[in-house]
Design a protein around this ligand. Sequence first.
Ligand SMILES: C[S@@+](CC[C@H](N)C(=O)[O-])C[C@H]1O[C@@H](n2cnc3c(N)ncnc32)[C@H](O)[C@@H]1O
Length: 272
Amino acid sequence: MSENLTPTQSAPVPAQAPARAEQPRRDRSEPMFPDGPVADPAGSHHERRIRSFQPRRSRVTPGQGEALRRLWPTWGLDIDGLSRLDLGELFGDPALPVVLEIGFGMGEATAQMAAADPGTGILACDVHTPGQGNLLNLAERGGLTNVRVANGDAIILLREMLAPDSLAGLRVYFPDPWPKKRHHKRRLIQPEFLTLAASRLAPGALLHCATDWEPYAEQMLEVLTAAPEFENTQADGGFAPRPEFRPLTRFEGQGLDKGHVVRDLLFRRKAS
Ligand SMILES: C[S@@+](CC[C@H](N)C(=O)[O-])C[C@H]1O[C@@H](n2cnc3c(N)ncnc32)[C@H](O)[C@@H]1O
């Protein structure tokens, strides 16, 4: 370009970016939310294990951040894998049946279910920090005393922290579909997961899954049907009609917009 300029011409001077106000840099050794959720609380990235979630760095809005700082000490639980949970103590009511929801995302559906059924406690688990802040805000606004927000990998929660037969139900709505074949091993609903989940569910408790990814729906039906600890609530051995208590979730809405078919699976933990 410069070789085409005559000696009297000069190259255009790029417009200078306006000087930016100096932002104080965050000291990364300091936790972002001192009284809030801890990143990877169980230190489970040291464990050689396949993850069912995608590590994401999503921006936390000021409102979510404020909720994480203020409400976490009361409603939050870090999945550190170190202590056995007393669910009666956690919810302040030893008689309250508690269901675990794995992967609540932004938590809108969780808050709706908690509001609709105050007689059930929802232990809502996800690794997604903005969603944790969002659900805390929704719980506070709705006065939902029957929700607790757990931060970390649900596998550690089930394996290390929940007592056998302690759950009244398990909900897994629109788990990451991991569509590529080489990622199928990362799907949550697998035989080993079902063995672990069954051991923490009370006999008769429901395992409710939903997905809009047809191949995953087929896989779920196959592995659930083959799991000796579970029985299908549907006499025909197929998918279930969507139960009224499950609200439309955010991921479900996105799937429906793409024309996906949504499948619900309702299985019961057998008596023995
Ligand atoms: C596709 S999103 C669905 C969110 C929500 N259920 C919905 O339908 O809008 C799946 C969520 O599951 C979470 N997740 C996946 N595996 C998990 C695990 N092992 N423990 C905790 N959360 C997990 C992800 O972080 C993500 O937020």
